[in-house]
Design a protein around this ligand. Structure first.
Ligand SMILES: N=c1c2ncn([C@@H]3O[C@H](COP(=O)(O)OP(=O)(O)OP(=O)(O)O)[C@@H](O)[C@H]3O)c2ncn1[C@@H]1O[C@H](COP(=O)(O)O)[C@@H](O)[C@H]1O
Length: 128
C-alpha cells in the first residue's frame, strides 16, 4: 500500500519534471515567434539570446563551467540544481534557435537506454 503511494508520487513527480521542460520550451518558442513583431525598447533576456548566437554560446559555456564548479568545490545541492537550471534554460534556447524539439533529444536518450556507453564508444571507433 505505502509502496503504491510512493510509486504514484514518483510518477507524478516525473510528469511534473517533463511538463516543466515542455512549458519552458513553449515560452521560448513564443518569444521566438514574437521576434518577428516590432520591438519596443530593449528585448527581454530570452529574446536577446535568440538574436545573438555569440552571447548565447558564451552563456552556455559560462553556465556549464559554473555547474562543474558546484562539483569541484562541493557546493550544496541547491546551488547544483540552480546551475543545472541555468544550463537547461540556456541550452533550450539553442535548441529553439535550431528548431530542435526537446522530444527529439529525449528520443535520442531513449534509443540509448538499451546500449551501454562502452558499446556506444566501440561502435564509433569501428565506424571511424
Ligand atoms: N529560466 C529562465 C532563466 N534562467 C536564468 N535567466 C536569466 O538569465 C540571466 C543571466 O543568468 P545568470 O545566471 O548569468 O544570472 P546572474 O544574475 O548573472 O547570476 P548567477 O546566478 O550566475 O550568479 C539573468 O537575467 C536571469 O534572470 C532566465 N530567464 C528566463 N527564464 C525563463 O524564460 C522565460 C521567459 O523569459 P524572458 O522572456 O526573458 O523574460 C521566463 O518566464 C522563465 O521561465
Amino acid at each position: 500500500m505505502a509502496f503504491g503511494i510512493l510509486r504514484e508520487n514518483k510518477v507524478e513527480g516525473n510528469k511534473l519534471a517533463i511538463s516543466t521542460l515542455f512549458s519552458l520550451e513553449s515560452t521560448i518558442s513564443q518569444r521566438k515567434a514574437e521576434l518577428a513583431a516590432e520591438q519596443n525598447g530593449k528585448p527581454l533576456w530570452t529574446k536577446r539570446l535568440l538574436l545573438d548566437n555569440k552571447l548565447l554560446c558564451s552563456k552556455i559555456s559560462e553556465e556549464a563551467d559554473e555547474l562543474c564548479r558546484t562539483l569541484e568545490e562541493n557546493e550544496d545541492k541547491s546551488r547544483n540544481a540552480s546551475e543545472m537550471a541555468d544550463v537547461l534554460y540556456h541550452t533550450m534556447i539553442l535548441l529553439a534557435n535550431k528548431d530542435v524539439k526537446i522530444e527529439d533529444v529525449m528520443q535520442v536518450l531513449r534509443q540509448r537506454f538499451s546500449q551501454s556507453g562502452v558499446e556506444k564508444k566501440r561502435g564509433r571507433i569501428s565506424q571511424g
